[in-house]
Design a binder for this molecule. Sequence first.
Ligand code: CAA
Ligand code: NAD
Length: 320
Amino acid sequence: MGTQAAPAASEIAAVGVIGAGQMGSGIAQLAAAAGCGVFLLDSDPAALSRAVASISSSLGRLVSKGQLSQVNPLASPASQIRAKVTPFVDISSLAWSQAACDDSVKRIKCVSDVQELRGVDLVIEAIVESEDVKKKLFVELDRITKPSAILASNTSSISITRLASATSRPSQVIGMHFFNPPPIMKLVEIIRGADTSEEVFSQVKSFSERIGKTVICSQDYPGFIVNRILMPMINEAFWALYTGVATKEDIDTGMKLGTNHPMGPLQLADFIGLDVCLSVLRVLHNGLGDNKYSPCPLLVQYVDAGRLGKKRGLGVYSYR
Ligand code: CAA
Ligand code: NAD
């Protein structure tokens, strides 16, 4: 296999993020705030415009609360790394201010051609949760990126081993699962595929820590750790609604006040995206073969109707 030594975490200076939706925009923000040059790619130009607006607003909120230091270890040697893409800013000398936020945004280059990612050290894929679509992208990434580049997927559930098998460098393919919203949620779940090298695992772990995250490790099982536990709860909330146990408001209030969750499960499903929830449940159902993961018909119907949640203005609730 034509692999080369992957870059050390401290040498990860240029990052490609593919998919500029809810997750990709937040991941690009984290990498840029840590001093990396970022290429943010989406097939939809409108998604790129929305991503830049949301990154600017999120950085502004974090800096106004003095919370940016949590995601930007400015004092660490990693922050001295010079981004290999232009525009270049040496963030080590900057205090976090609105100007520093603006500089982070400038480190993000929005692109529409995957060829632009040929020089990056790490790619984090955050496109639609479909194995076929992701595999096609991994084939292309394998062809285009330099041999030493690490190819990571932010998939919520899909086998990393199968994504890696689409490439000629399975030892450099890994799952890097962020949580929504990435700038706020402190976790990254790392998933080794069958052939992921220890070196790549430790580089991705160090990089995740460099951008301020706590790391947990999962074997390559459907839904990994968190979604295997979270999605059945969300699905059960849909069953409770579907079978008339209670109103959506009472289901959510019950779980918020009764179990101290920040959001009720139906509100959380809207926040995640009902399409993502359905895709994850289908991967769990197909992969683990237990009917308890079978998606509730109401969830299926909402997705069929285009009610994808907050991102589309309508899901279980209306956001219009
Ligand atoms: N950038 C910067 N700041 C943000 C932000 C963002 N993207 N999103 C929220 N915030 C800040 C807000 O400014 C606010 O700050 P203050 O409290 O200082 O005002 C704070 O976070 C809380 O935000 P809001 O007041 O707007 O709303 P909230 O209190 O409901 O909090 C939330 C929002 C942090 C998202 C919270 O509701 C929450 O933790 N919800 C659960 C999220 C969750 O479980 N995510 C995981 C989903 S599963 C997953 O991601 C995996 C998968 O594969 C599907
Ligand atoms: P999203 O719908 O908000 O964004 C996906 C983006 O990918 C869209 O802007 C779309 O235009 C773009 N895209 C689709 N196919 C593409 C392609 N072939 N090339 C380039 N761009 C393409 O989705 P999201 O919620 O950000 O989820 C993205 C990924 O992250 C999925 O794999 C999902 O399972 C995972 N994830 C989602 C969450 C969540 O809470 N939403 C949490 C963790 C992981």
